[in-house]
Design a binder for this molecule. Sequence first.
Ligand SMILES: [Fe+2]
Length: 299
Amino acid sequence: MVAHRVVSLTRQVPDLEAASRFYTQFGLEQTGPGVFGTVLGGDQLFLKVGPRPLIENIVVGVDSEQDIEDITSRIEKLGVAVTIEGPARSAIEPVTGLLFTFVVAERLPSDPVEEKRTSADRRDLVPRHAVRPLRLGHVVIGCHDVEAAKVFFIDGIGMRLSDYVTGGPFMRFETDHHNLVLVPAPMTLLHHTAWKVRNIDEIGFGGSQMIENHPERHAWGLGRHAASANYFWYLKDPAGAFAEYYYSEMDELADGPTFWDPVPESEGLPVAVWASPPLVDKPLVPEAMPAPILTADSQ
Ligand SMILES: [Fe+2]
């Protein structure tokens, strides 16, 4: 077996209070100073104060100690050093310089399945409870050489390639279409984290709540991606990266293609099959990135 999920992400933010406010309102549960949890995944986001918005660590979950040993030997074969920290192993991906830690982690329960409505009841719509993301679905990393960095994830961790979109490899552990994505960028950066919610209604409701009184948070959405077929709404956090609400009923990619061919030749897919027009020219360019790469009109 290979790794099965991103357990957590630790990142530095210049203003911890502002970032904490953002992610609390986004629907993550603050369980400690700078610690934020999801409904299914527990504590998945760790924020620390730092001068620049850096990723400090990404923790990847595997099923067993044998999996850790297997990943260790594959990574070492790539010439990358692996350090031992108790039962965990860590390695720095040499192209991005990012620290990845491998731990044995329980598998998450399945995402709840929406029950079909049998009647229309307006009381179901208002008032609404706060949106609570189910789990961290994927992390998108800006990288100056995505092909060189891809080797660590595919040959080292054992991830599988699902698609290429705008020059970036979309890689998965198992049935989600993608869990880690590399997008071309002049430097290593956190492009966005994506948090799964229960349905498209929660994306719309959550996004609307986030931009009410905070129009500067709006990046791009509501829309639907092509490669992964998920619905999305991107919001800009106070540290310059994006947080995405997403939902897809087509996460079950399993071991074969279902609605698309998960191969590199899929390059050319539009970023979105439909989306509301973005308010700015380059809605998905992080503040840390001087050159635009992922844009609504780069399709
Ligand atoms: Fe995403």
